[in-house]
Design a protein. Structure first.
Length: 239
């Protein structure tokens, strides 16, 4: 396993450290309609549209929509007296993909509350930054980050790429850059899940050039948006 192995361990450790300090409220996954006459009808009461993209998801001529919804409940904003930020907004997000229905309105075809990690650890930056969603040539890009202001030198940015295929927002590509802020070591990974090819470049910020590795991945069943989370493993063989 290559990606986020270190961040995942740190993520678990950070949650353990803060478990006794902060009680993060449970927020049920909202029940969204399967079809609605307006895009706004997919926004649950008390939630807001944090990001909205309009463009082509499927191959017809009608523009589709991608919504990043976020809860706006003030009870999910926690006061923190320990390490990290003094006020932690733990309101969760839900990513929703809507296809324009030829008969009118919109149809929900994908929904995920795991592809963007909930912001529930005061010493970690929010996993999502404004502009982290893109929709270009029918490919949806979702970029998330990992940065700790205490307890870890590791920082990373990961971009997942999805395409509407065979009735699923299928994960077709994966790119990740990892930096050790202490040593300067960098690891850049690129995975094409359609061709099953992957590359990894290992270098250092202080040195020109990098060591390149190429891999062929084992065949696997298609991975849809709903199955992607912090623990996603693209299947790169161990060196």
């Amino acid at each position: 396993m290559i990606r986020t192995a270190v961040p995942l361990l740190l993520l678990a450790a950070a949650r353990l450290v803060h478990a006794q300090e902060l009680e993060v409220p449970d927020v049920p996954t909202p029940q969204l309609p399967e079809h609605a006459a307006t895009v706004e009808a997919f926004v649950p009461k008390g939630w807001t549209i944090e990001e909205r993209l309009t463009g082509a998801v499927d191959a017809d001529a009608k523009p589709d929509d991608v919504l990043l919804l976020r809860d706006a409940d003030p009870r999910n904003v926690l006061h923190n007296e320990g390490l990290g930020v003094p006020e932690l907004d733990t309101n969760p997000r839900v990513l929703v993909v809507l296809l324009a229905d030829p008969a009118g309105g919109w149809r929900r075809v994908a929904q995920s509350d795991t592809v963007i990690r909930r912001n529930d650890i005061p010493t970690l930056s929010d996993a999502y930054e404004s502009g982290g969603l893109t929709l270009d040539k029918r490919v949806l890009g979702v970029t998330v980050g990992f940065f700790a202001n205490a307890g870890s030198w590791t920082a990373s940015h990961t971009t997942y790429r999805f395409r509407w295929q065979d009735g699923c927002m299928r994960l077709i590509g994966f790119d990740e850059g990892v930096l050790n802020r202490g040593s300067g070591e960098t690891t850049d990974t690129s995975v094409n899940l359609l061709t099953r090819k992957a590359t990894r470049a290992i270098g250092n910020m202080e040195v020109d050039g990098s060591v390149q590795h190429r891999y062929t991945l084992k065949a696997r069943a298609p991975v849809c948006l709903e199955a992607v989370n912090d623990e996603f493993d693209p299947g790169i063989p161990a060196d």
